[in-house]
Every structure is written in structure tokens, then in C-alpha cells.
Ligand binder design. Structure first.
Ligand SMILES: Cc1cc2nc3c(=O)[nH]c(=O)nc-3n(C[C@H](O)[C@H](O)[C@H](O)COP(=O)(O)OP(=O)(O)OC[C@H]3O[C@@H](n4cnc5c(N)ncnc54)[C@H](O)[C@@H]3O)c2cc1C
Length: 483
């Protein structure tokens, strides 16, 4: 059940941030009752515990600081299908069920139920006959990067796929949970309950989620992915600002990628087989804008695409060089967009050969009230003055750009932290949202304590004291130990 954390399990000491933690034991429970027994033993021994999903997190949230690691990847099966009061389908899953599996099971309508006898037969039959369903926080169709993320991890970071532009974060599509709490009990928690609010986006600091019921939606009949390339990043930003005045119901994703992102994607493309069949970005492109359109009718989507193409052209986006793909082909545009964070991770690994202390430091705050052009200009100016290596991509809505700073030595690492702190202050002064989709974890706990609104920190601290009086859930996350 519990195994010593020997070298064999060394990869379970870090997540995608590359921050390496420490622990003395690890377990891979297969069922909630088994997880409960382990938690009870840890509680009795006063041993801290860190819950882990697939370790795709990029803030060190799943990297343990000490004690026991509970990895939930073997609790990975669907449990039941049901219908809510509004007739919508709901899928209940174990926390280690991963996004790509969810996507393919929903498409094939075939589930490997943990206990087939417990499945609601009427709902299962109706599901087979209903229009295809999807879970909006899950990027569709499958791409190979964070789609290995577990549903428990997505809930614990309140994650967002590219479709957050239209659908919002994971919380909107979780009806209820079951979780192990600090008294070693498994509780059933409904959306809206205090504990539900704490656990969603709670980064494993308030308990272990053992079961989730997901709200599904009928998949839009038409899905298009579009990539516009621009020879000037300010023109790309001005195009994004222009779209804000459009009334485009089908617009589901609107993301930006800078020249450094395009260059790194080009390099990754040469090395990664799955990217090889994608066309190359035009060599002179200095920026790209990725859009997704979801609608039920082709005419609706064509109207929106036409309006966007015209606007992109007005800002120098050559229609002949843009990519517009539909249906299953959309996967290619998605792959391209998702190659950006992957390419940054690959670059970070290169840098770590000379500077092992390099960890991923990516901006994750909104800048409301500014235009997209102003936001990008602010980041670009600061990056240029600092002379740090940086890769900028991210979401247009609320100017939620991820500026990835890649320090090459200790001095640059400190400079990067100062820059990140200055941007968080700027976001706060604009009443923006800080640490929005990647969490705080351990990598950003110093920034969280220095830059977040004092009332937010106080509320989190009080919640932590109330729901984890012994301080045993994921120590070091958000609040540094002893702080
Ligand atoms: C290439 C790449 C692209 C990414 N793109 C996005 C993106 O577009 N949007 C986005 O939101 N995120 C993105 N991420 C970040 C990451 O994938 C998400 O945060 C994801 O939801 C984490 O899931 P996980 O299973 O890997 O969780 P982990 O990394 O294992 O854990 C994340 C946190 O959740 C806690 N946790 C995990 N499981 C449980 C559980 N069952 N109970 C309690 N706590 C738990 C952990 O303690 C930790 O604090 C990206 C990451 C990568 C590497």
C-alpha cells in the first residue's frame, strides 16, 4: 500500500515546474476506501500528505515538501452516468481519470466502468442515443500536452482549457464532489457548499478529492480552429482589440503567441513526431492569433469567420497564409497552440543543463481596463529593459497573458521574480485577478504572500486553519512553512 520513496519514484517528487521536493513514502490507492485508510494512518502519525494527480501543474503544487505522497493516478475509472434535474447528462469519475480519456470516452460513448452493476442503466441508454456530449473545460479534440492532466488536478487548480473564453473555468462544470477531509472521513459536497468552494482551486490544501460529478453539454455541431499570422506583434494586438467590439457568439477561444513562441514551436516541431505534420509558420511572422469558433450551424460559423478574416486582413494578417480548419482537423490548430507551453518547457530543460536552479516562472494575472495592445506593450518594454529571455503567449480575455521568464543564472532569477512582482502589483492596482489558472503552489508562494490582496491572504489563512487545523494537507503550498 505505502512504499518508501526510493530512487525508483524520484519522478514523483516534481511536477512540470521542475521544482524538486522531498518525501519519505508514496502510495497509489485504487479506491476511495483505500485512500481513506492511508489518510487515517498519516493523520494518526501526524504525517503531512501531498495529493498528486498527473503532475502537469506548473507551480510545484504537486511537489511534496515532506511526508507522504498520495498519487491518485490509479483511481482513474468512470463510475456512473446520470441526469440532473434539467435533464443534462452528468458523468461521475474517480479523480485520476485523465482529460484525454474523458474526451475519447465521450466521443466513442464507451466507458470502462469501475463497477458496471452500479451504473444507472436508463441514463446510460439515453446517453448512447443523445447528441454527442463534451465537458467544456476539456480542450477538444485531444492534444497530447496537459490533456494528461487528471480531473482531480483540474478541479484542484480550477483549470481552464482554451474554451474558457466562452465557457469559463472548470468550476462551472462540476456538480458535486466527494473528498477526504481532515478528520479522515469521506464527505459528499455539493456545488455552492463552503467546502466545495475551498476544494475547487484549493491546490490540495483542504483535502483529497476522491470523486467528481461533471456536468456535460451537447458538443457544438461545428467547431473551427483558425490561426492568423502577423508580421508585427502590435498589429496582432490591435486585431485582438478590434474583436472586442464584435458581437461574436461562436467565439470560443482567442489566444496570442509572440515571435519567441513561434520560434520555439518551430524547433520543437523538428524534434516531436506529433508536430511534424503541421505546416510551418510563415518565416517572417512575428506573432500569431489562435481562434476557435463553436456553433450549431455552418452559416453561423461562416458569418463569424468572415468577419474575423476581414478584420485580420485590415491589420496585416494575410488571408492566404492563415490556417482555417474544421471538425477533426481542428486538432492541428490546437496542437500548434498547445505546442507553445510545451516548447517553453523543452527550452527550460535546455537552460537547466547549465543552471539547474531554473524553474518555470510564468505570469498568470489579468490586466482589466487596459487594451490588449497596452498590456502587451507593458510586458514587452519590461522584458526588453531586463534583457531576460522571455516567451509571451496567452489569452486575450482580460489581457491574461502568460509571460514566461527564463532565467539563466541566479541573478536573472532574482530579476525575474522582481519583474513578476511588479506585474502582480500592476494587476492588483487595476483590480485584476492574480494567480488565475495555474495556481500558486510552492514556486509562487513568495509572490503570493508579497503581492496578493491582504484580505485574500487572510481569508485563505483562516480557511486553512479551519479546514486543516494540523497543517497536514500539502504543507508549503501557498503559505511557506513557518510563515
Ligand atoms: C504544456 C502545459 C499546458 C498547460 N496548459 C494549461 C491550460 O491551458 N489551462 C490550465 O488551467 N492549466 C494548464 N496547465 C497546467 C496544468 O496542466 C493544470 O493545472 C492541471 O489541471 C493540473 O492537473 P494534474 O492532474 O497534472 O495535477 P497535479 O499537477 O498533479 O496537481 C496540481 C495541484 O492539484 C492538487 N491535486 C491534484 N489532485 C488532487 C486531488 N485528487 N485532490 C486534492 N488535490 C489534488 C495537487 O496537490 C496540486 O496542488 C498546463 C500545463 C502544461 C504542462
Amino acid at each position: 500500500m505505502e512504499r518508501p520513496l526510493s530512487e525508483q519514484y524520484a519522478s514523483f517528487l516534481h511536477d512540470e515546474s521542475r521544482l524538486r521536493g522531498e518525501a519519505d513514502a508514496i502510495s497509489f490507492p485504487r479506491a476511495a476506501e483505500e485512500a481513506r485508510e492511508i489518510v487515517r494512518r498519516c493523520l494518526a502519525a501526524g504525517k503531512p500528505m501531498t495529493a498528486q494527480g498527473s503532475r502537469t501543474g506548473i507551480c510545484g503544487g504537486a511537489a511534496p515538501s515532506r511526508g507522504h505522497v498520495m498519487n491518485l493516478s490509479e483511481m482513474n475509472r468512470p463510475l456512473n452516468i446520470s441526469r440532473d434535474a434539467g435533464g443534462n447528462f452528468c458523468l461521475t469519475v474517480q479523480p485520476g481519470y485523465i482529460l484525454s480519456r474523458l474526451g475519447s470516452d465521450l466521443r466513442s460513448r464507451r466507458f470502462e466502468w469501475l463497477e458496471p452493476d452500479l451504473v444507472d442503466r436508463d441514463a446510460a441508454r439515453a446517453f448512447k442515443e443523445a447528441p454527442e456530449q463534451f465537458w467544456p473545460p476539456d480542450p477538444w479534440p485531444p492534444d497530447p500536452s496537459e490533456l494528461t492532466a487528471s480531473i482531480g488536478g483540474v478541479a484542484s487548480t480550477n483549470g481552464r482549457g482554451p474554451g474558457a473564453f466562452k465557457y469559463g473555468a472548470a468550476k462551472n462544470f462540476i456538480a458535486s464532489l466527494k473528498a477526504l477531509t481532515h478528520d479522515g472521513e469521506i464527505r459528499e459536497i455539493q456545488s455552492g457548499d463552503d467546502l466545495f468552494e475551498a476544494l475547487i482551486g484549493g491546490e490540495g490544501m483542504f483535502g483529497v478529492i476522491t470523486e467528481l460529478t461533471l456536468r456535460l453539454m451537447p458538443r457544438p455541431g461545428e467547431i473551427w480552429g483558425i490561426l492568423f499570422f502577423f508580421n508585427d506583434e502590435n498589429q496582432a494586438a490591435a486585431f485582438i482589440d478590434r474583436t472586442a467590439s464584435f458581437d461574436l457568439e461562436p467565439l470560443a477561444a482567442l489566444d496570442f503567441m509572440d515571435a519567441a513562441s513561434l520560434k520555439l514551436i518551430g524547433q520543437l516541431k523538428r524534434a516531436a513526431a506529433k508536430l511534424k505534420e503541421l505546416p510551418d509558420a510563415p518565416p517572417e511572422a512575428q506573432a500569431a492569433v489562435y481562434l476557435e469558433l463553436h456553433a450549431d450551424s455552418e452559416s453561423e460559423i461562416e458569418g463569424a469567420a468572415g468577419e474575423l478574416m476581414e478584420a485580420a486582413e485590415a491589420f496585416g494578417g494575410d488571408p492566404d497564409l492563415s490556417w482555417a480548419l474544421s471538425g477533426d482537423e481542428t486538432e492541428k490548430t490546437r496542437l500548434f497552440r498547445h505546442a507553445a507551453p510545451e516548447a517553453v518547457n523543452a527550452r527550460l530543460d535546455e537552460i537547466r543543463l547549465d543552471f539547474p536552479g531554473a524553474v518555470k516562472l510564468g505570469g498568470d494575472m489579468t490586466l482589466p481596463g487596459l487594451s490588449f495592445l497596452e498590456s502587451l506593450a507593458m510586458y514587452r518594454r519590461a522584458v526588453r529593459e531586463s534583457a531576460l529571455e522571455a516567451v509571451i503567449f496567452g489569452h486575450a480575455r482580460d489581457n491574461h497573458l502568460h509571460v514566461n521568464l527564463l532565467p539563466h543564472d541566479e541573478n536573472e532569477r532574482r530579476k525575474a521574480l522582481d519583474l513578476m512582482a511588479a506585474w502582480l502589483e500592476r494587476s492588483r492596482s487595476l483590480k485584476g485577478r492574480l494567480f488565475l489558472e495555474h495556481g500558486v503552489g510552492k514556486v509562487k508562494s513568495g509572490l503570493f504572500l508579497a503581492c496578493e490582496e491582504p484580505r485574500v491572504i487572510k481569508a485563505r489563512r483562516e480557511l486553512k486553519e479551519r479546514l486543516d487545523p494540523e497543517g497536514l494537507w500539502n504543507p508549503g503550498n501557498m503559505f511557506q512553512e513557518g510563515a
